[in-house]
Design a protein around this ligand. Structure first.
Ligand code: SAM
Ligand code: SF4
Ligand code: SF4
Length: 335
C-alpha cells in the first residue's frame, strides 16, 4: 500500500547501506585524515545481519517500495553479498534490485551476483586516467581493476550497466570527453553527477561544482545530443541520447537543478537507521525495536509514521544551511 509524506511524495525506493567500510579513500567521500586508523567503524555486532535486512526490506516493500539499491561504504567487501541478493530477489513486489560499487571486486563477483538475482549494477568511476584515478581514490589499486569490473558486469548481463562520474572542477572535469569517447557504443550508460555538499568531512565549495548544463554543452559540441523526456516523480538523472545512436548520457544535477519534489527515496544505514534525506542529521533507529522482538506490524507502523511526517527538501533550500547542523556522511548511507 502506498505511503505518502507531507509533500505527497510516495515511498518507492530504498537504498540499503550494508557496510560503513571501504577499500578506497576517495578524497571527497572518506578523506584519510578523517577515516584513518583512529576512526571507529561499526562493530560487526552493530551492523544488521542479512536476516534483519531481509525482514526490513519486506516491510518496506509492503509499504510501496519497488526498487532497492545495495550500497555502502563498499558493498562488495561485505562477505557473501550474493546471499543477501538472493534473499532480497525472492521478495514478491520488489521489481528492481541494484547495486552501486566502486567496481574493484566486481570482476570476480559479477556472474555470481547476476545468478543470485541482481538486476543491474552502477559502477562509480571518476577518471580513466591512471594518475588522476589514483589521486581521487587515494589508493594504489589500478584503474584497470575497475574497467575489468565494468567488462564483467556487461558480460554477466547486469544491464543497463551505468557508470557514475562525480565531477569536480580542476580535478576531473577534463575527463568528460575521454570518458564519453571510451564508453560510447559499449552499452554502458555514463552519468555525470554534480559534486554535492553531503556529509561534513570534506571542504565542499560551490566553485568546484560543474553544472549539468555545462557538462551537456561540452559533450554536445563533439557528440550532438537530444533530450529524452521523462516524468519528474522519482526521476534523478536527466537523460540525453546521442544523435548518432551510440548510446545515452545522463546528468544528475542535484545542486544546480534540485529534484526534491520528486524524491521518493529512503535510506537504511548499516546499523539500521532510517534516513529520509541524504542531508539528514539523524535517522530513526529500527534496529533496537527489531532486536527487542517488535512484530512486523509494529515495525511497519514506525516506518509509515516516520515517512508520513517527512518534509525534507534540502537541495531546494541549500542556501539556507547554516553549516553547523550535524549531517550523516555519504559513506555511511551510500549516496
Ligand atoms: N563505494 C560505492 C561506490 O563508490 O560506488 C558505494 C557508496 S558511494 C558513497 C556512492 C556514490 O556516492 C559514489 O558514486 C560516489 O561517487 C558518490 N559520492 C560520494 N560523495 C559524494 C559527493 N560529495 N557528491 C556527489 N557524489 C558523491
Ligand atoms: Fe568508498 Fe564509494 Fe566513498 Fe569512494 S565514494 S570512498 S569508493 S564509499
Ligand atoms: Fe531527496 Fe533530500 Fe536529495 Fe532533496 S536533498 S532530493 S529530499 S535526498
Amino acid at each position: 500500500m502506498a505511503t505518502f509524506d507531507q509533500l505527497s511524495r510516495p515511498l518507492r525506493d530504498l537504498r540499503v547501506s550494508v557496510t560503513d567500510r571501504c577499500n578506497f579513500r576517495c578524497r571527497y567521500c572518506m578523506p584519510r585524515e578523517v577515516f584513518g586508523r583512529e576512526y571507529r567503524f561499526l562493530d560487526r555486532s552493530e551492523v544488521l545481519t542479512y536476516e534483519e535486512i531481509e525482514r526490513l526490506v519486506r516491510i518496506f516493500v509492503g509499504l510501496g517500495v519497488g526498487k532497492v539499491r545495495l550500497t555502502g561504504g563498499e558493498p562488495l567487501i561485505r562477505r557473501d553479498l550474493p546471499v543477501l541478493v538472493e534473499r532480497l530477489a525472492a521478495i514478491d513486489g520488489l521489481d528492481d534490485l541494484t547495486l552501486t560499487t566502486n567496481g574493484v571486486l566486481l570482476a570476480d563477483r559479477a556472474a555470481a551476483l547476476e545468478a543470485a538475482g541482481l538486476d543491474r549494477v552502477t559502477i562509480s568511476l571518476d577518471s580513466i586516467e591512471p594518475a588522476s584515478f589514483r589521486l581521487i581514490s587515494d589508493s594504489s589499486i589500478p584503474v584497470e581493476r575497475v574497467l575489468e569490473g565494468i567488462d564483467a558486469a556487461l558480460a554477466a548481463g547486469l544491464a543497463p550497466v551505468k557508470v557514475n562520474v562525480v565531477l569536480r572542477r580542476g580535478i576531473n572535469d577534463d575527463q568528460i570527453l575521454p570518458m564519453v569517447r571510451r564508453f560510447r557504443g559499449s552499452g554502458v550508460v555514463l552519468r555525470f553527477i554534480e559534486y554535492m555538499d553531503a556529509g561534513r568531512s570534506h571542504g565542499w565549495e560551490l566553485e568546484q561544482v560543474v553544472p549539468a548544463e555545462e557538462i551537456i554543452a561540452r559533450i554536445d559540441q563533439e557528440f550532438p545530443l537530444e533530450a529524452i523526456e521523462e516524468p519528474e516523480l522519482g526521476r534523478v538523472a536527466r537523460r540525453w541520447r546521442m544523435k548518432d545512436g551510440a548510446g545515452e548520457v545522463g546528468v544528475i544535477a542535484s545542486v544546480s537543478q534540485p529534484f526534491c519534489r520528486g524524491c521518493t527515496r529512503a535510506r537504511l544505514s548499516p546499523e539500521g537507521r532510517l534516513y529520509l534525506c541524504l542531508f539528514a542529521g539523524t535517522g530513526l533507529d529500527l534496529r533496537s525495536p527489531l532486536r527487542q522482538g517488535a512484530s512486523d506490524e509494529r515495525l511497519e507502523a514506525l516506518v509509515r509514521r516516520c515517512w508520513a511526517v517527512r518534509s525534507d527538501r534540502y537541495s531546494e533550500l541549500r542556501s539556507q544551511d547554516g553549516g553547523d547542523e550535524p549531517r550523516v556522511e555519504m559513506s555511511h548511507i551510500g549516496g
